[in-house]
Design a protein around this ligand. Sequence first.
Ligand SMILES: *Cc1c(COP(=O)(O)O)cnc(C)c1O
Length: 381
Amino acid sequence: MKIPFNIPPYMGKELIYVKQAIEVNKKISGDGLYTTLCHEWLENNNPSSKALLTTSCTHALEMTAMLIDIQEGDEVIVPSYTFVSSVNAFVIRGAKIKFVDIRPDTMNIDENLIESAITSKTKAIIPVHYAGVACEMDKIMEIARKYDLYVIEDAAQALMSTYKGKALGSIGDFGCFSFHETKNYSMGEGGALLIQNELFKERAEIIREKGTNRSKFIRGQVDKYTWVDKGSSYLPSEINAAYLFAQLEEAKVINQDRLKSWQVYFKELYSLAQNRIIEIPSISNSKEHNAHMFYIKCKDIKERTSLIKFLQDNGVQSAFHYIPLHSATAGKVHGEFIGEDKFTTSESERLVRLPLFYGLEEKTILFITSLIKSYYIKGED
Ligand SMILES: *Cc1c(COP(=O)(O)O)cnc(C)c1O
C-alpha cells in the first residue's frame, strides 16, 4: 500500500465549469462569471469584506504590502515559523522582518511577545493561522489599535475556520488565502485577498488590474479605463476560477470530510498522547478549525527522522514542516529574532504532518495510526 501525503481535491464539477467558461461564456481571461461567483461566495462567507481572487496567496500578501505602502526600513512583525511568502511580500519592498516566538500549543505567534517587538518603524503585524487554527485575535487587534498598526492575516490555510464565531481572514485589515493544490480548496495555483478596511477596497481593485480602473469600467461606472495608480497583474484566469468555484460550492462537504478524518486521528492517537509518548494538537472551543492539518510531535528531531523513515518504509508519506525563517540564509539578511527562541526551533524540529486530504478513508487512517502505535511499542523494548 502506498499512501500519499496529499491528493488535491477534485469534486466532479470542475471540468464542467471549465468547459462552460471556454465554450459557453467564451471568456477565459480574468474577471468573468466564475471569478464573480467566487467573489460572491467569499463575501457571503465573510460579511463586510471585499474579496478579490488573486494568482496566489503570495500575491495577495504582496498586494497588501503595496496597499499599506511599505517603504525601505519599515518593520513588520511575523512568526519565524511560517512559509517564506509571509515575509517575502514585505522584504521585496524593503521591509525589515521582526520575528517573534510562537506558542507551543498552536504553533502560532505568541501574542504576548508582539509588543516587545514594536518600534517607531513598525507598520504591521502578520498573524499566521497555522494549520487553520486561529491566532489570539482579540489581543492582536487590541495591540494593533493601541499602536496604530495594520493587521494582515496570513489565512492561507484557514478558509472555513473561525475565531469566536468570526471567519478567519475577516478580522484584521486584510486576509490572504491560498488555493494552491496543497490547501483545502484548490485552483492549482491561486489565492484571494479579503479587505475589511474601507480605505483600501477601491485601490485594491486598481492594483490588481495593472494600475487601471478597469474594474469600474466593467461595472459601467466609468466610460473608459485608464492608468490611475501603481499596479501589477494579480488576477487569475477564468479557467482557474471555474475550477475553484466547483470546490467552493462543495466547501461544507470537503470541510466535514476533513474534520471527520482529523477526529479519527485524534481519537486513535489519544492514548499515546495521554501516556506522554507523543503530543497531539489541542484546540480551544472558541476556535472552530478546518482540519487543514493533523500533526503529532515526537520527542526530538532524531525520533522524528526515524518515525518519518519508518512510515516511509511502510508506504506512508509524512512530512515535517517549516525550517524557521530566522535561521535561513535570507532570514539572517532581512530579519532579526526579537527575544528568546524558546519554542520556534525546538517545536518545529518535533513536528510531523500525517496524510490528510478530502476522501481519505477511515481504514487508511487506522492503518497509519496502527503503524505509529507499533513504532512506539517496538521502540520501548
Ligand atoms: C501556502 C501558504 C502560503 C503561500 O500560498 P501560495 O498560494 O502558494 O502563494 C503563504 N502562507 C502560508 C502560511 C501558506 O501555508
